[in-house]
Design a protein around this ligand. Structure first.
Ligand SMILES: [Zn+2]
Length: 183
């Protein structure tokens, strides 16, 4: 489950103003392209063209945000690392309430300190987009026009064979691998 740590990032165009919002439904639309991912040091995504609709439903004590994410992003083939485009269609939900952010709360609830009047959706949005990437990406299995990069594939296969662990016979060989440092 996503957690929304690191939500302090500021990227003005991904900020929803909460002060003065009336109870009811509010719609927001965001365009997510390459520049969005540049601000995340550890992002696995570099290229994307996504449209994100956020449906904000404000109740008296809790607010629900539904993220509808549509578009394409560039990923790499698990087998040969060749880049290819993935279509992303995802719907994710998170809840928002005021209180003490340090107190325990469910993963899909973002707790804002009282008086906070802006919500930066960058971090949860980044997490939702990352979650939408399929766990297994071998485009050649689904798309007959996609041909794996055979040159890279050969290199990778060669590495995995030559780096396969060698059989350990001597007890002294085994001892060499023991790490006495706790770190
Ligand atoms: Zn491939």
């Amino acid at each position: 489950m996503p957690s929304f740590l690191g939500v302090k990032m500021t990227k003005k165009q991904f900020v929803i103003r909460l002060s003065g919002l009336e109870v009811g439904k509010h719609l927001y639309e965001f365009k997510v392209d390459d520049t969005f991912f540049e601000s995340f040091d550890d992002s696995v995504i570099a290229h994307a063209n996504l449209k994100v609709e956020v449906i904000l439903l404000k109740h008296n004590s809790i607010t629900t945000l539904t993220f509808v994410i549509d578009g394409t992003l560039q990923s790499v083939c698990d087998r040969c690392t060749a880049p290819f485009d993935i279509e992303i269609h995802a719907t994710e939900e998170m809840h928002l309430r005021y209180g003490n952010p340090d107190e325990p709360h469910p993963d899909n609830v973002l707790v804002l300190p009282n008086g906070e009047n802006e919500l930066d959706i960058s971090a949860p949005l980044h997490e939702f987009i990352t979650l939408a990437i399929p766990a297994r990406k071998v485009p050649c299995e689904e798309d007959s026009t996609f041909v794996c990069d055979n040159e890279t594939l050969n290199k990778l296969n060669h590495i995995s064979i030559s780096e396969a662990p060698k059989k350990v016979d001597s007890p002294w060989e085994k001892l060499k691998n023991i790490n006495f440092n706790d770190n």
